[in-house]
Design a protein around this ligand. Structure first.
Ligand SMILES: *Cc1c(COP(=O)(O)O)cnc(C)c1O
Length: 477
């Protein structure tokens, strides 16, 4: 049999190992709720991870047994029903299967006439339908919300700066606006785009952590007087700290008044739009000139997959298209078809659409709507448990799927106690919330983008937080 130099000598061994892996991984996911959420990496993994590069290989079954024994036990934990740290999605087995299949096809979605690009185009169109975004918008699947924000802000900068910035580079003070609650990826974008942090103006927020539109307007006025060039406002539909939703209607009016681009960061929050019961939370996403959101957070698709949608297709292509001879788009052969490299930073791109496509085909949109609705109701349930317990304190409003609270037994250093509670929850494998500072106070933060969580999981969380808190109170007095 003909084979490549890197192909297996023994195809049957590969088959056996792959079948074993599928069986193991199905069990791994099926039984996930009975295992600890997180286990600290021990010497077996650390030793393996310190090995030098092998000059000569070994059989795949041996390699796989290292994976099974020393890698699989030390997952991050986000496939477990009690993982609610940061904003991290939970994935499915069918998503993983899609990834495996696309990886085996190993196509490059830079462009060309092949299934990868047709399916990516379809998944982008499905996203527009799901989110009720205009059909004519252009889009690109990205590695995540950060890249989606960077792409959108580049288009905004190029479109609104008033001169040929691709040719001349950044000149003068080009200003973008967000709130103090806006995600750090927007700061990265401001730095990467050559604007500099001094020209990223972060506006204050009200008691609900929504952008202060009056302050925004007066800042734009001041910047104009000083000869700066404002180009873009970033509005939040779901801030990372508390899930706050900016007044996008007002931001649209301000953007129109000053001729600015309005970009909406809806990394997870945009997805509330798919819930028939709670879609009102996210109607603002349609008002922006562009939208960033993730499939890998609140649509539960396996990492990595995000998306950017842009209403002005020619501005989108006008920002990123570079077509040297060797990338010329044709109409025949593999050259034909769609060229996604015209819509973003990267040329070589994987076929990440397939995992989302498999999940939507298998589950239908309705299951996703149910899961998102369930997660919002779980946030309400958790906040009711917190409010009902005199030893717990709710730290911020709960407009969507994020709950910030803390243990407050009435005494002691509450920042220190709550920090210790979070660490013990992790280390004991009970639950993984993360934390944030709310008005300068350390808060336990639970972001629910997990299709495996049940109400009983939140009951366990609350019980354990109080138990650990009471114990800490006693032992530190
Ligand atoms: C997570 C997040 C991002 C960044 O998305 P990644 O997929 O992690 O790159 C941007 N904005 C908000 C509001 C987020 O929650």
């Amino acid at each position: 049999m003909d084979r490549g130099i890197l192909d297996p000598e023994d195809w049957e061994l590969q088959r056996k190992v792959a079948h074993q892996a599928v069986d193991d991984l199905l069990n791994y996911l099926r039984d996930i709720s009975t295992s600890p959420v997180w286990t600290e990496p021990k010497d077996d993994l650390l030793t393996l991870a310190a090995h030098d590069l092998p000059e000569y290989g070994r059989p795949l079954d041996e390699v796989y047994s290292d994976i099974r024994e020393k890698i699989l036990p030390y997952r991050m934990g986000n496939i477990h029903p009690r993982f609610w740290g940061w904003v991290i999605g939970s994935g499915t087995f069918s998503g993983a299967l899609g990834d495996f299949i696309s990886s085996t096809m190993n196509s490059n979605n830079a462009g060309g006439n092949h299934a990868g690009n047709h399916i990516e185009n379809q998944v982008i169109n499905w996203a527009k339908q799901l989110l009720k975004y205009p059909e004519y918008a252009s889009g690109l699947l990205t590695t995540g919300g950060s890249m989606a924000n960077i792409i959108a802000l580049t288009i905004a900068r190029n479109e609104k700066c008033g001169y040929d910035i691709r040719e001349l580079g950044v000149q003068g003070k080009i200003i973008i606006y967000g709130s103090t609650e806006t995600h750090s990826s927007v700061q990265k974008a401001a730095e990467l785009l050559g604007l500099g942090n001094k020209n990223y103006h972060q506006i204050g927020v009200n008691e609900n952590f929504e952008i202060d539109c009056d302050e925004l307007e007066s800042t734009i006025e001041r910047d104009l007087k000083e000869g700066c060039r404002p180009v873009c406002i970033v509005g939040n539909v779901g801030t990372v700290n508390t899930g706050a939703i900016d007044d996008i209607v007002r931001l649209r009016a301000i953007a129109d008044n000053y001729g600015l681009w309005l970009h909406v960061d809806g990394a997870f929050g945009a997805i509330a739009r798919i819930s028939p019961k709670y879609e009102n939370l996210a109607t603002g996403i349609s008002l922006g000139d562009s939208l960033a959101f993730d499939f890998h957070k609140w649509l539960y698709v396996n990492y990595e997959i995000g998306c950017v949608l842009v209403k002005n297709r020619s501005a989108h292509i006008g920002t990123f298209s570079v077509t040297p001879d060797y990338l010329e788009h044709g109409t025949r052969g593999v050259h034909g078809g769609i060229w996604f490299s015209d819509y973003g930073v990267e040329l070589s791109r994987n076929f990440k659409a397939l995992k989302a496509w498999v999940m939507f085909q298998e589950l239908g949109a309705s299951k996703f709507r149910d899961a998102v609705t369930m997660n919002i109701e779980q946030a309400k349930y958790l906040s009711s448990l917190v409010k009902d317990d005199p030893q717990l304190e709710l730290m911020a409003p709960v407009p969507m799927n994020i709950v910030c609270f803390r243990y407050n037994g009435g005494s002691g250093d509450l920042d220190k106690i709550n920090r210790e509670i979070v660490l013990q929850l992790h280390e004991k494998g009970i639950a993984v919330p993360s934390y944030t500072m709310i008005n300068g106070k350390y808060s336990i933060r639970v972001a629910i983008t997990n299709h495996r969580s049940k109400n009983s999981d939140f009951e366990i969380l609350v019980k354990k937080v109080v138990e650990i808190g009471v114990h800490l109170d006693k032992t530190t007095q």
